[in-house]
Design a protein around this ligand. Structure first.
Ligand code: GDP
Ligand code: MG
Length: 437
């Protein structure tokens, strides 16, 4: 995706005359990429015509920064699509709120309920969890386990089969205990079924939630709109949480969910663990959608993972535009690597085996082993010609890999070096400081 958008913009900037056709071709290419990122067809079409209206040809002809003008227009348009125009209900600490979670089975509801509770608990709230999923065997055990781990009070039953009854009882109990955030986890089905929506309607009627949160899998694809709409039609969905954003999913379905529910995305899930949960931030999300990377997230990650005494050097080197294999090695050390690498502007998650996190990890481990077989001179070199055939052979032998593996790694390194060189001269941010797009 990142590739084709950059390519489209590149072609655009190379064209000497920017006419309607050049812009059209460029937009077509970007549209294809957005469709691949699961953005709904209709929304892509709307965006296309909006951009054509917004972009001023005189500006383009005169300006040196054609790419930037188009890119900015597309970026703004996508940000707008993620903004339903009104904030969601925000619970207040110390005042009881009932929050109901809905979504299909496997979307991540139970996991997200706990994350949401834990997030607030850390900020001094008094949350509680109610398991109103009597459909799936083991649902209560799962919630109980999560809740126990996070030391959050929970309510549920192994024997009662009526979700409405349990939900009402649980909410009542925790209201008495003065919990300020009563979270109701509900069941899902594999498919959108009438019985599920009727159940959601009844649970909602019995618990009178202040907020209903629709949970969707970030990789849901084009089905997102219908799914979100179906829930919205049975209960008053007021917010969206997109899960599994740690993998390859770009989360384009979020745009559909926002459109269908007229509600904002409030959090994203970035892993299976309790604390892998982030407040939704529209700009990095759109950057990622466009394959532009999340530069500020990347900077923050450097502060988080690279030892303090090495941070400045790494950042300075990156800013100078000297990206050696040593720096590449340092970046690869930064942790769940697909996650880190996907923050890099222009990094294509496609270069990692899709849907196979483990294989991606293995590939990166392989890179690291090969780097261990390199000399200091090789790691610190800024001369691309240094890596001659005999050196490559030696590295392959030393790491027990094929010559082609070494070539593969060097290729990937060069690609990254090229991307990073475009960022040459960037301002080195302080921790938490957001660098502008
Ligand atoms: P539910 O059926 O909607 O309650 O979904 P669950 O909470 O049981 O989650 C289904 C699966 O998705 C579980 O294996 C979770 O660990 C996993 N999961 C949930 N959220 C995330 C996430 O943000 N990232 C990843 N990688 N996995 C997640
Ligand atoms: Mg569940």
């Amino acid at each position: 995706l990142g590739g084709s958008i950059s390519r489209a913009l590149q072609q655009m900037s190379n064209a000497t005359i920017i006419d309607e056709k050049v812009l059209s071709d460029c937009l077509n290419e970007i549209s294809r990429a957005l469709l691949q990122a699961d953005v709904q067809f209709k929304m892509v079409r709307d965006m296309q015509s909006n951009i054509k209206r917004i972009v001023n040809f005189d500006d383009l002809a005169a300006g040196h920064n054609k790419r930037r003008i188009i890119q900015q227009a597309i970026f703004n348009e996508l940000c707008k699509m993620l903004d339903p125009g009104k904030p969601s209900f925000t619970p207040k600490k110390g005042k009881t709120s009932v929050i109901m979670f809905v979504g299909l089975q496997g979307s991540g509801k139970t996991t997200t309920c706990t994350k949401y509770a834990y997030y607030h608990q850390k900020k001094g709230w008094k949350p509680a969890l109610v398991c109103a999923d009597t459909f799936r065997a083991g649902a209560f055990d799962q919630l109980k386990q999560n809740a126990t781990k996070a030391k959050i009070p929970f309510y549920g039953s192994y024997t009662e089969s009526d979700p409405v009854k349990i939900a009402a009882e649980g909410v009542e109990r925790f209201k008495k205990e003065n919990c300020d955030l009563i979270i109701v986890d509900t069941s899902g089905r594999h498919k959108q079924e009438a019985a599920l929506f009727e159940e959601m309607r009844q649970v909602s009627e019995a618990t009178k939630p202040d907020l209903v949160i629709f949970v969707m899998d970030g990789g849901i694809g084009q089905a997102a709109f219908d799914q979100a709409q179906a829930f919205k039609q049975s209960v008053a969905v007021g917010a969206v949480i997109v899960t599994k954003m740690d993998g390859h999913a770009k989360g384009g379905g979020a745009l559909s969910a926002v459109a269908a529910t007229k509600s904002p995305v409030i959090f994203i899930g970035t892993g299976e663990h309790m604390d892998e949960f982030e407040v939704f931030d529209v700009k990095p999300f759109v950057s990622r959608l466009l394959g532009m990377g999340d530069w500020s997230g990347f900077m923050d990650k450097i502060h988080e993972v690279v030892p303090t005494d090495q941070q400045l050097e790494l950042l300075q080197k990156l800013s100078e535009g000297t990206f050696t294999l040593r720096q590449y090695q340092n970046i690869l050390k930064m942790g769940p690597s697909v996650q880190v690498l996907s923050m890099l502007p222009g990094f294509s998650a496609e270069s990692m085996p899709k849907g196979h996190e483990k294989e991606s990890q293995a590939k990166i481990k392989r890179y690291m082993v090969m780097m261990d077989s390199m000399t200091n001179a090789e790691l610190d070199s800024t001369n691309p010609k240094l890596m001659n055939e005999s050196r490559i052979r030696r590295i392959a032998r030393g790491s027990g890999r094929q010559v082609s593996d070494v070539m593969d790694m060097l290729e990937e390194y060069k690609r990254l070096a090229n991307i990073l060189s475009k960022r040459k001269g960037f301002k080195i941010p302080k921790k938490g400081e957001m660098s502008a797009l």
